[in-house]
Design a binder for this molecule. Structure first.
Ligand SMILES: [Fe+2]
Length: 235
């Protein structure tokens, strides 16, 4: 599986704090069936530079290969919605047109549609991170639909489908999946002990809801199109 949302770098956000924590997380990701991850540390203001991210990836790759951990790392970031557009452009997934976009936890900003319009006009495609965990969308999941119709994509967190964030989040994730409003399932893993990778568990639930081919597409084919910067066709 290809995981487009993962906090693997240590000492930069609320993910791993030390090298050993990143190594433990990498082992947990591999054990969960993940072969590739996009490193998506939180990009806030002041932004974590892409040079810093790439340096972190290079050093982790060396640590992983020295330990026989087979996990491919690709650069990216979880872009806070308040960042200037040029910062978001600097933190796309694997240097392509797609970027992971983080809205505030409680509310969907009134400017969400405008932001998506600005990004698309600038040739960037936002992927809304875990809409099922946003307060406004949790109360009214149908608010996601116009954003998707505008051209944004959406990523469910596997642990939400598995029920780790409680029943309302799980129900919301199921609803969005059934309505065809999401394009990816990702781990959003932060560690081997807390916010652990739950891709297998999430995928299992997705298979029950939308069937095996459609569910596997969300963890394999669709993420591959993103890391290869290809146009994702969806109905
Ligand atoms: Fe995240």
């Amino acid at each position: 599986m290809i995981d487009i949302h993962c906090h693997i770098l240590f000492g930069v956000d609320d993910g791993p704090q030390r090298l050993e924590d990143s190594i433990a997380l990498a082992r947990a990701l591999v054990a969960d069936g993940i072969t590739h991850i996009v490193s998506t540390s939180h990009i806030l203001d002041p932004a974590l530079s892409m040079e810093r991210i790439e340096r972190g990836i290079t050093s982790l790759e060396a640590e992983f290969s020295g330990r026989g951990i087979e996990l491919q790392l690709l650069p990216g970031g979880e872009n806070h919605y308040t960042l200037p557009l040029e910062e978001m452009r600097a933190h796309t997934i694997n240097g392509g047109r797609y970027l992971l976009l983080e809205f505030p936890h409680n509310d969907l900003p009134v400017s969400a549609g405008e932001l998506i319009f600005s990004l698309l006009s600038a040739g960037l495609v936002p992927i809304i991170a875990h809409p099922e965990r946003n307060g406004s969308l949790l109360r009214n999941p149908d608010l996601l639909q116009p954003l998707i119709e505008q051209g944004a994509l959406a990523q469910l967190t596997a642990a939400s489908l598995a029920g780790d964030f409680g029943s309302p989040v799980r129900q919301c994730a199921r609803y969005m999946l059934k309505k065809g409003l999401v394009h990816f399932i990702a781990s959003d893993a932060h560690g081997a002990d807390w916010r652990v990778p739950r891709m297998q568990a999430g995928l299992k639930q997705a298979v029950k809801i939308i069937g095996r081919p459609a569910a596997f597409k969300l963890v394999n084919e669709n993420p591959r199109m993103i890391i290869e910067n290809k146009v994702l066709e969806y109905a």
